[in-house]
Design a protein around this ligand. Structure first.
Ligand code: NAD
Length: 475
């Protein structure tokens, strides 16, 4: 039984109110750890620490900040196996995926260690003699960030590493459902020499924490990854105080499979990708639109793959683990039952598995009515919705028929159709003929209800920088 702590002003501590939240292994429903609830006073101390340490951290040269991030990345890799075990025990994903996530977190840390040097600014030729015009980039200030439970370590590190590399200090609320891995990241950063107060890690009651932190005058930037409903709420709170936000919200990724693609090969690859992290991935392929002539072959291959997956505890290295929480299993179950009642055909899964743990079978629904709730609301679980389309225009129209706009996929051998998808699908990220989304050097984020701002690429650093224009007439 592990007792996690809050990390405030460089020290580990319990919450001032003494309240604890149980952390449950989703494969067994056993309580494996506790995490403290941060009280008002704890959060106020975190705000003061982030604010006090900001001027010194912002003033340090970027290579010096980068050196600490690189050392933290080295420590994360050194402790990879232990962190991955913790991650699987609290979040449920197969150990193999947990190891990949920890490696990815180290990769993100290293990449931002370098990217921090590239907050370049620029010189703009002036209209008048004797005038110099510069654009300089400055860290925005102390940040309040909220990271989710589906990728408890890599999503947190996307925010932490970008903020620190840019010269910001940060208070991050990690996921209460799976807090252990991000606690280990905080330990690695502290051991790498990060000064106290630059990173503060809290847990507790999400609405109470976000309300207090967003309202604090010292906090200048909000970054959130999670559901659309919560994102809209936090963006409204931040907007009322004119604070900058990055919102990485849900997705309902469309996949267009044109009839010139190899339907069987695409289905087999897509099914493997679909059930990664039990489908709890914001860029998970979910709404499949397959051209009529290829529909049966695609569906058959997809169902075969879904039925062949070994579902079990992540620690036993099953191919698919449980859902992370009981509320997720209930939500998926309700959406699937409703879709079947609406007339969808159940081809695989469609039920909870086992007597303990939040297991849900890899599920395939076919011919799902466009009006069914599951076609509009992200299932965020192991569910594939496979429908057919006739002509190219219909495919684009169906792909765009939700309020989301995060990721999209298309499979075709025609460059004309690839260009049509690239132009027509309204998303922040599109991958054609493979799964190419997510490398940290590329921009990650959405349009529409999927949010705004980007968490990778040079855009990911910009999110933590303000632009200042300086025009000087030489004396
Ligand atoms: P939820 O809406 O209850 O919570 C989503 C996340 O927001 C959680 O991490 C939660 O701790 C946090 N949260 C909730 N209220 C908050 C508040 N007032 N202030 C700050 N944080 C708050 O849903 P859930 O059951 O935890 O997750 C399912 C939904 O969340 C899915 O529909 C999915 O769209 C979304 N989600 C998206 C991502 C992503 O990567 N974009 C990650 C996790 C969850």
């Amino acid at each position: 039984m592990i007792e996690h702590g809050l990390f405030i002003d460089g020290r580990w501590r319990a919450g001032s109110g003494g309240n604890l939240i149980d952390v449950v292994d989703p494969a067994t429903e056993a309580v494996v750890a506790t995490v403290p609830v941060a009280g008002i006073g704890d959060l106020e101390e975190a705000v003061q620490a982030a604010s006090r340490s900001f001027p010194d951290w912002a003033a340090r040269p970027a290579p010096e900040r980068g050196k600490m991030l690189r050392e933290a990345a080295r420590l994360i890799r050194e402790r990879r196996d232990a962190i991955a075990l913790l991650l699987t025990g609290e979040q449920g994903k197969p150990l193999r995926e947990a190891v990949a996530e920890v490696d990815n977190a180290a990769d993100i840390m290293e990449w931002y260690a370098e990217e921090g040097r590239r907050a370049y600014g620029r010189i703009i030729p002036a209209r008048l003699p004797g005038v110099s015009q510069q654009v300089v980039l400055e860290p925005v200030g102390p940040v309040a960030a909220f990271s989710p439970w589906n990728f408890p370590v890599s999503q947190a590190v996307r925010k932490i590493a970008a903020a620190l590399a840019a010269g910001c200090t940060i208070i991050i609320k990690g996921p209460e459902e799976a807090p252990g891995a991000v606690c280990e990241v905080a330990r690695c950063l502290a051991q790498a020499g990060l000064p106290g107060g630059v990173l503060n890690l809290v847990f507790g009651d999400p609405p109470a924490i976000s309300a207090q932190l967003i309202a604090a005058p010292e906090i200048r930037k909000i970054s959130f990854t999670g559901s659309v409903a919560v994102g809209k709420h936090l963006a409204a709170l931040a907007g009322a105080l004119m604070k900058r936000t990055t919102m990485e919200l849900g997705g309902h990724a469309p996949v267009i499979v044109f009839d010139d693609a190899d339907a069987v090969a695409a289905a087999t690859q897509l099914a493997a990708f679909k059930y990664r992290n039990a489908g709890q991935v914001c860029i998970s392929p979910t709404r499949f639109f397959v051209q009529s002539g290829s529909y049966e072959a695609f569906l058959d291959a997809f169902v075969r793959k879904a039925n062949s997956l070994r579902v079990g505890a992540g620690a036993d290295n099953a191919e698919m683990g449980p859902l992370a929480t009981s509320r997720r299993a209930d939500a998926v179950s309700a959406l699937v039952s409703e879709a079947v009642a609406d007339g969808a055909t159940l081809h695989a899964g469609g039920r909870k598995l086992g007597n303990a743990g939040y297991f849900y079978a890899p599920t395939v629904l076919g011919d799902v009515p466009q009006t069914s709730r599951i076609m509009k609301e992200e299932p965020f679980g192991p569910v594939a919705l496979i429908n057919r389309f006739g002509d190219d225009d219909e495919a684009i129209r169906l792909a765009n028929a939700t309020a989301y706009g995060l990721a999209g996929y298309a499979f075709t051998q025609s460059s004309r159709r690839a260009a049509l998808a690239a132009r027509g699908v309204k998303v922040g990220m599109l991958s054609i003929n493979h799964f190419g989304l997510g490398p940290i050097e590329t921009p990650f984020g959405g349009v529409g209800d999927s949010g705004h701002g980007r968490e990778g690429g040079s855009e990911g650093l910009d999110a933590y920088l303000d632009t200042k224009f300086v025009s000087q007439l030489s004396a």
